[in-house]
Design a protein around this ligand. Sequence first.
Ligand code: FES
Length: 201
Amino acid sequence: MHATGGQSTASSLSPEASAYGSPTGRRNFLIEGLVVAIGTFVGLVPLLAGVMVYLDPLRRRGGAGEFIRIASLDSLPDDGIPRQFPVVADRNDAWNHYAAQPLGSVFLRRQGDQIEALNAVCPHLGCMVDFQQDRDIFRCPCHNSLFEPDGERIIPPDGNCPSPRSLDPLEAQVRGAGGTAAVWVKFQNFRAGTPERIPEA
Ligand code: FES
C-alpha cells in the first residue's frame, strides 16, 4: 500500500518544521526571531556603554585645540613687542591624569585691545624661534629662517628661506576683567616641513 504524496511529506517532517509549515507556525517563527533580535540588541546596549566608559580616558587627551590660559593680561605690556610664554595644561592619556604638563610655547603681542598669538615652533623642522628685539624679527637658530613680528615669513634676496610657511597664528582671547583678566590661547601644533598648515593631534 502506497501513501499519497501529501501524506508522505507531512509524515517525514519534524514536529517543529511541521509547525512552521502552517501560516500560524510561520508567524510564530517570525515573532520568535524578532524577540531574539530585540533581546540581543537590548543586551548589547549596556555592554557597548560599558566599553565606551572604559575607553573614555583614551578619548580625553586635553591640550591640542583647546583654549588654555597663558598669562595675566597685566603681564603683557601694551607695546607691540612679542613676548614668549610657556603653554602648560593638565593632560589625560589612557587612564592617567597628568597635572601641569608643558605642551609648548607661544609668543603674545599686545597692541591696544588686540592680542596676537603665534606658536613658537619654526615650521621648517620644529626648532623654537627667538624674537630679536634689536632687529625686530623672529629668527630660528637652527637654519636661520626669519619672520616679521607678525609672523610673516621673510624671503631673503636669494629667495632661499628654509621655512615653507610663516609662523603659525593661534586664536587668542582675553577672558575676565580688571585684575583677573587673562589671555587664553587655542593651542595647536602643526606639521613641520609643509607649506600647508596641517594640525597635529
Ligand atoms: S628648523 Fe627653523 S629654520 Fe630649520
